[in-house]
Design a protein around this ligand. Structure first.
Ligand SMILES: Nc1nc2c(ncn2[C@@H]2O[C@H](COP(=O)(O)OP(=O)(O)OP(=O)(O)O)[C@@H](O)[C@H]2O)c(=O)[nH]1
Ligand SMILES: [Mg+2]
Length: 445
């Protein structure tokens, strides 16, 4: 399957998720909870924005690094205009800001500049970095000179966003002797000192280390004229940005569409998961009462009813009714995923009950129906009834509990659910790609 199909699958999944949200909102009106409704609205916005981004082929690239490594300069060089302010003073860029990079085809690229990671303090830094990184399809991490411990730690933190990452070594005019292999070795060394962060070195291969000079320093040019005069002028060499430009375009060409699809799906997955778990939490007490009620009634009815077949059939019907009531209580759809898993559970629960019916016949020598006729066997009848009733009630309780879990998972794992589509895409991407290297991260995030 090609990236265009990934793209369409993601689009269809997001639309499907939006449709589901619309239904959920309607349900929410009958059972209002301001907190849930606010969550629905905000998640809806997120998914709509992700869909729009997908439809517009809008790629977002974020740049990170410590102060004065030349982050703003790198973006300026890519765009070919000095739109972002650069300065020798640390901490020039104070807030994330974005510039457009027009390439002339249908792809729109938004470049996001960020403040130096050592400029903002503590938690604020981590939050800013994670927020921007979450929104990005690709991350550029700019270093200049030896990589420091802070840089290594920042890289590890960014890795949590599970985005492809290019390590940009800037200012090569000042470090003419450094080569890519040396920088990569340094990264590996840090990884080894820090307990060998295999995932970080797997994320960044030597291929993703790129050398540039975004804003080379002017150098003096001495001219000796025939008349003996000597003049000195300053010349500014042009930026050397081509390797980075080529790397980004290559990556987008190869994996851009699948990346966009995956990112949109991850956002839809996060939004859905968070909403569904909030809903389940919100209705925890009601659900518990509902499950108990069904379990209790099933226990009593199965215990009292003398006909074995009726116990089993009636028990399965009760379990189905319980699941329907739970789904209704939550306002969650019964997806094929949840339905299939639950059927198995119900069959298992009925099977156990059936075994209990036969088992108690064998052990106690007689079933409920027979013992009911003979007054001397009423003691046996009570034991059998209690045993079967207890088992039946417990079966319902288990079904109710797993129903919560499967209803929850069904929203992302159902047909066209974000998780299902993410997994399909991941099984189809080529080896040797960055997405392939991120496979495990994408599946578990
Ligand atoms: N020699 C040399 N200097 C560069 C290069 N790129 C950037 N600089 C200089 O490095 C300084 C910092 O550049 P900025 O682009 O402002 O760095 P930044 O990472 O955005 O810095 P903050 O926004 O303060 O975090 C400026 O004086 C740039 O002119 C380069 O390739 N070579
Ligand atoms: Mg800057």
């Amino acid at each position: 399957m090609n990236p265009d199909d990934h793209y369409q699958q993601a689009q269809s999944s997001l639309k499907h998720t939006l449709g589901w949200y619309a239904g959920f909102q309607r349900h929410g009106r009958y059972l209002p909870s301001p907190e849930l409704q606010a969550a629905v609205r905000s998640h809806l916005q997120t998914i709509k924005a992700a869909l729009t981004k997908l439809e517009q082929h809008a790629v977002r690239i974020a740049v990170f690094g410590l102060v004065s490594r030349g982050k703003s300069a790198v973006l300026n060089a890519l765009v070919g205009q000095n739109t972002l302010v650069t300065s020798p003073i640390n901490g020039e860029t104070k807030y994330p800001q974005s510039v457009r990079w027009l390439l002339g085809d249908e792809t729109q690229i938004e470049l996001i500049d960020t403040p130096g990671l050592d400029e903002i303090e503590g938690q604020g830094r981590a939050t800013m970095a994670q927020e921007v990184a979450q929104q990005a399809d690709l991350i550029l991490f700019v270093v200049a000179g030896d990589m420091t411990r802070t840089e290594y730690e920042a890289l590890r933190e960014l890795r949590r966003a599970h985005k492809p990452l290019i390590l940009v070594f800037n200012k090569i005019d000042l470090y003419p002797d450094v080569d890519r292999a040396v920088i990569y070795q340094q990264l590996q060394q840090w990884a080894e000192n820090g307990g060998l962060d295999r995932e970080l070195t797997a994320l960044i291969s030597l291929d993703e280390v790129v050398m540039v000079a975004a804003d080379p320093a002017p150098f003096p040019v001495r001219t000796e004229w025939p008349d003996g005069r000597v003049t000195e002028t300053w010349e500014t060499p042009p930026p050397q940005i081509e390797p980075l430009r080529a790397k980004i375009l290559d990556l987008l060409q190869q994996e851009g569409r699948s990346l966009l699809a995956l990112n949109a799906l991850v956002q839809a997955r996060q939004a859905t998961q968070s909403l569904v778990s909030k809903t389940i939490e919100h209705r925890a007490a009601e659900a518990e009462a509902l499950i108990w009620n069904y379990a209790k009634w099933k226990a009593v009815v199965v215990g009292l009813n003398p006909i074995a077949l009726l116990d089993v059939v009636g028990g399965a019907v009760t379990d189905l009714a319980l699941i329907r009531s739970l789904a209704k209580l939550y306002g969650l759809p019964m997806t094929s995923f949840a339905a299939e898993k639950l059927w198995r559970k119900i069959l298992f629960s009925s099977g156990t009950l059936l075994l209990a019916e036969f088992g108690s016949n064998a052990v106690l020598g007689i079933g409920k129906s027979a013992s009911l006729v003979d007054a001397s066997l009423w003691g046996t009848w009570t034991t059998t009834a209690l045993l079967q009733g207890g088992l039946a009630g417990y079966g319902s309780y288990v079904v109710g509990k797993v129903a919560q879990q499967y209803l929850e998972q069904g929203c992302t794992w159902g047909d066209r659910g974000p998780n299902t589509v993410i997994r399909t895409i991941l099984t189809q991407v080529d080896r040797q790609t960055i997405i392939d290297r991120l496979r495990r991260d994408w599946l578990n995030s």
